[in-house]
Design a protein around this ligand. Sequence first.
Ligand code: NAI
Length: 403
Amino acid sequence: MSARPLAILLESIHPVADGPLTEAGFVIERAPGALAGDELASALARATLLGIRSKTELRRGFSPHHPLVAVGCFCIGVDQVDHAHAAAAGCAVFNSPFSNTRSVAEMTVAEAVCLFRGIVFKSAQLHAGLWGKSAASSHEVRGRTLGIVGYGHIGSQVSVLAEALGMRVIYYDTSRKLALGNAQSRPSLDAVLTEADCVTVHVPETPTTRNLIGAKELARMKPGAMLINNARGSIVDVESLVRALESGALGGAAVDVFPHEPASAGDRFSSPLMGCANAILTPHIGGSTLEAQEAIAIDVAEKLVNFWRHGSTESSVNLPQVDLPVLRAGQLRILHVHRNVPGVLGQMHTLLAGAGVNINAEYLQSNERTSVVILDVDPFERAGVLDAISALDATIRMRTIKG
Ligand code: NAI
């Protein structure tokens, strides 16, 4: 049996993930698809790190007695993992929320160009054998006003790319955001809707963004304006959008996300938007590029390695976040995940002080249920101290790292 720790990577995670993991000493086992049942239980019981994408459901099977310390979701979403169950076993869960930001931004700007040139309609005509050469209703995007709703990671990237094409950018965000380039903020959604030639939404899906763009909002847009929704299907009311397109109130729309999306590639799809003229429909592929897959693989693999080597839970979705400096040579780092109950830190201090162990640094973060405490201590010989900390009632999981 190998003494090196095992990383099991499922669902054909991009091979660049192997680099950081191998360099950190992991043996890598791969499977092309998702696992379930006994096969998944075996992976959970054997691996120190487990890498999944969206198809592996991790609802049970975590145990503080397994070697598994972290799960890497090599994707954006993390709904496939029961976060609380993983935390209760002291397992950190990581993902890569922003590695496909640029892919979405590029597609958005490309769609704006396609909408203003009627590319989809003209392409369909030509596929049907009709030479529809005409400049009618065809416009450059240069000088047109792009209205961005939600100026976060994606919205701000769209802003930069659109300005590079000569567009005038305005935006509305519920939080104060630094305007990039010459972009200008507007005080309300309505101000953006009434001023922009093309509106693109990049807000998260929350109860307050459901139907953010409905009949009332569409009616406020300029006649012939374009709408792009590459965010989430619930944000734009589809029935109202169809009416606005069919009546000619809107000039066109690009939609990548839908209230009801098929589960798998190859499944049948249906939407009232099908057949609408100058509507670009794409199957939720805004972030789906090989570049994004590669960026996700590197990002998540590095987060897993950083947690394994240094104990850093920074950007974990389920454990309190502790970002740590590199451990000094010769020091011992104690990583202790425990239930968030009073007195645990005091008990650890007492045990270490009783053994004459000097604590050089201490980091603690808690959420409602769980605490992560990291202690950097001078090396010590006294047997039994670590076992005693590990045996504390509230301990979920403990491990040590040598500097
Ligand atoms: P982000 O969290 O970086 O930015 C969202 C911004 O929206 C924040 O600045 C926030 O303050 C703002 N916001 C929230 N509610 C608002 C409201 N009611 N009005 C105006 N602004 C509001 O998120 P990010 O990464 O830019 O993602 C944006 C959207 O793109 C999300 O819905 C995400 O799910 C979606 N997305 C879609 C992909 C695709 O394949 N089509 C891929 C990746 C993300």
